[in-house]
Design a protein around this ligand. Structure first.
Ligand code: BYC
Length: 480
């Protein structure tokens, strides 16, 4: 078996030589039943026996790594896949920059590494739990299939982190792997570790916003971990990124199709004013101000996932060489940052101002800035759907300080356009800025399933094309 090919003969498909590592194989096989129990009780509700046209990874080569076929989700071949080793790779940042990468856990950084892997691992099952009720309101079976594809791959990403814990962290790694199946999104007793992963995903607009914004935090964090000097983590994350691209495609095209449908309906129905909510809702589509409010919510929740703007944890991860910056290996500086500064927006004398701070402490802010840049492209294309039809409305990202619970802006009140406001004003205008119970009730009233191949709910446009060359009316999910 070469590193590029995946061994499908074992219960757990892999390209990590599991057949020759009985100890690890035993640990993973012992974890497997608990995972399946978790999937059956916390995974997609109501569709476990359906045949879903899913992609499964069969190689880690750039081309032709996946095959598509009908699979019942509990029979999906969750596996352990690492991107190929890069010969001569060196630690890309921090005090060990230029030294050969570690293939075993570096002793002094063991606790830090384990924590990063556990946090990453915790988000994967959390998102499956958050999305488990959505199948029953799918706007089409094309969309339903995309939801399930995202879900099984998040399950595989959990396997990816569990592999690292069990292979490299001994007993405490095995205990952490168990805990990953025990915490639960939204639970009072054992919640998931990061804030946004305990929020609900009550409707498909939220799902698409989540996959647009929050999966993109996943992308940025995986990009930063792909730069790790601990090579097994880097290789794992590099392969996860190949799968992650589809998740963001689902979010981007999902919101785009909703905006497109709203714009089409407004033109056809002769409604010019996007703020005439009653008129727009009479058309059976989602009004643009409600879409803006969902954008404000999901963007701000996701910004919290980057941690504090200034963080000694982040400086330590970087110095140790276990977490880099976005595209660290393409940046041209000394990769140590000891004498550098970085501009961070902060609250100074009652105003939001950019302040130069030591670059090492500003790594969370920097990754967050890279994330914001990455978000912008899709939003411009959503807006093109509006301008092309002469609709005078722009979907915009709110200011970084709006609605924050972690870091510099936690506990202060800032409007979406970046003005510091009194708490009273924030409360009074909250209904303009964040989704209201009325928005939620209306959106949920639209969430009626469309289960005939080729049929789409009236609030979302058809996709431009199907998946992997199949038509949009292909039977992506065969219901039992
Ligand atoms: N909620 O120095 P600070 C994904 C804690 S998404 C709750 O500011 P640090 C996916 C923090 O742990 C990507 N607690 O932060 C997407 C620390 O606690 P301790 C997931 C929070 O450590 C969609 C304290 O506050 N991967 O893959 O520099 C679907 C002070 O922390 C939060 C990662 O996040 C929060 N939001 O940075 C599926 C990568 N933020 O240590 C999947 C791994 C901070 O004082 N994680 N705290 O007890 C990391 O790199 C870092 O841990 C963080 C936080 C960026 C999350």
């Amino acid at each position: 078996m070469t590193a590029e090919n995946v061994d499908y003969d074992l219960l757990i498909p892999n390209n990590v030589g599991l057949a020759e590592d009985p100890k690890l194989r035993r640990a993973l096989e012992q974890w497997h039943p608990g995972y399946i129990d978790w999937w059956m009780s916390m995974g997609p509700e109501g569709f476990q026996m359906a045949d879903v046209w899913l992609r499964t990874a069969i190689s880690v080569e750039k081309e032709g790594w996946a095959k598509f076929d009908y699979v019942k989700m509990p029979e999906y071949r969750w596996g352990i896949l690492l991107a190929p080793e890069v010969e001569g790779r060196t630690i890309p940042c921090g005090e060990h920059v230029g030294e050969p990468v570690w293939t075993e856990v570096p002793g002094p950084y063991r606790a830090m590494l384990r924590r990063l892997i556990v946090i990453q691992g915790d988000t994967e099952p959390a998102s499956v739990e958050q999305q488990r009720h959505l199948g029953s309101t799918a706007p089409s079976i094309y969309d339903m299939r995309n939801l399930f594809q995202v879900n099984v791959e998040e399950g595989r990403h959990l396997w990816a982190m569990v592999y690292l814990l069990q292979k490299y962290f001994g007993r405490d790694g095995r205990e952490e792997a168990q805990e990953l199946l025990q915490r639960q999104s939204g639970s009072d007793e054992k919640p998931r570790m990061l804030g946004a992963f305990n929020e609900s995903t009550p409707d498909w607009l939220s799902f698409f916003m989540f996959t647009y914004f929050t999966d993109r935090d996943g992308k940025m964090q995986l990009e930063a971990l792909a730069q790790s000097g601990f090579d097994p983590l880097s290789r794992t994350c590099r392969f996860m990124l190949a799968e992650e691209a589809h998740h963001m495609f689902v979010g981007y095209t999902g919101v785009k199709r909703i905006v497109e449908r709203t714009a089409q309906a407004m033109v056809e129905g002769g409604v010019d004013d996007p703020y005439d909510i009653d008129a727009v809702r009479r058309l059976g589509v989602i009004d643009l101000p409600a879409i803006q409010r969902k954008t404000n919510l999901h963007f701000s929740l996701t910004l919290d996932l980057f941690g504090s703007e200034e963080s000694t944890n982040a400086a330590n991860f970087f110095n140790a060489g276990i977490k880099g910056r976005f595209h660290e290996d393409r940046l041209e500086d000394d990769h140590r940052l000891v004498d550098d500064t970085y501009p961070v927006t902060k609250l100074v004398d009652g105003e939001l101002r950019q302040v130069e701070v030591p670059a090492l402490n500003a790594l969370n802010a920097r990754l967050r800035d890279d994330f914001i840049d990455d978000c912008q492209g899709g939003i411009s294309r959503w807006n093109n759907e509006l301008s092309a039809r002469g609709i005078d409305f722009l979907i915009e990202l709110p200011n970084v300080a709006f609605n924050r619970n972690i870091g510099e802006f936690a506990g202060i009140s800032v409007s979406p356009d970046g003005r510091l406001v009194a708490e009273g004003e924030f409360e009074a205008k909250k209904g303009k800025w964040l989704p209201t119970s009325d928005d939620q009730a209306y959106i949920e009233s639209l969430m009626q399933p469309q289960l005939e191949p080729g049929e789409f709910a009236g609030w979302i446009a058809h996709p431009a094309r199907g998946i992997q060359g199949k038509p949009t009316d292909f039977e992506y999910v065969k219901l039992p």
